[in-house]
Write a protein that binds this ligand. Sequence first.
Ligand code: NDP
Length: 253
Amino acid sequence: MTAKLDGTAALVTGASSGIGAATAEELARQGAAVALLGRRRERLAEVAAGIEAAGGRALVVPADITDRQQAAEAVERTVAGLGRLDTVVNNAGLMLVGPVADAPEGEWERMIRVNVEGLLYVTQLAIPHLTRAAADGPRRVADVVNISSTAGRVARAGTAVYNLTKFGVNAFTEALRQELLERRVRVSVVEPGTVDTELVSHIRDELRDAVARQTTEIERLRPRDIADAVAWIVTRERHVAVNEILVRAAEQT
Ligand code: NDP
């Protein structure tokens, strides 16, 4: 049986854990060869081993996307290794929360570098390859899927700068969608609610437990739930563009 993404290649950023790892696994299950980008080489290798054990094809591409040169090398290594690039999932991200007045120096910059600048670098560097894939690829369409958040639609006290980055991702997605539609490069955004991942582990000590408690009171989404949304978007026929999907945990306000 042929899978929907047979003959295509995907690059997933932040594929070493959580939503990115689950998305890479799902795209591989659907037939894509997958490049796994992240900084933690061993974790990427574990995800790759799982994909290969299940009969898929994976390429480990260690890189820090906040460094434009590393992002460029990662995109080039993906195309050299997999022969093409049809799908980019911009998933790598950081959520460092807390009131603006108390934020330690450097925290905003770290978040903005990953959530905004890294996403911009990877996207721009991929556009020529995606354009080529849409023109002559097996599906005659290419995809960029940006992982935003409910925080990209609803701003709340305590998450101001995370909101800033994710509202920005939503706005960028819509503008880029318009820029690339004539090339048949679709640009979509997925906004997850609360997902059970390592995301909260990066929050500074004095706030982490309180945030974790808030989110564990409800039954959280699993990374696989978001991977399903991404896979659904990129497996639509070429005349269909799913611009946006918001997926909340059922009990989430
Ligand atoms: P994780 O912490 O499990 O995953 C984050 C990923 O980002 C890791 O694979 C990490 O890899 C990667 N990453 C971080 N910094 C960099 C960098 N500089 N260069 C390359 N990769 C980097 O959390 P999630 O899976 O939850 O997060 C994935 C996305 O989902 C994020 O954009 C997040 O904002 C979003 N999201 C998550 C929600 C949740 O409740 N979990 C809710 C809404 C949105 P490594 O450390 O190896 O570099």
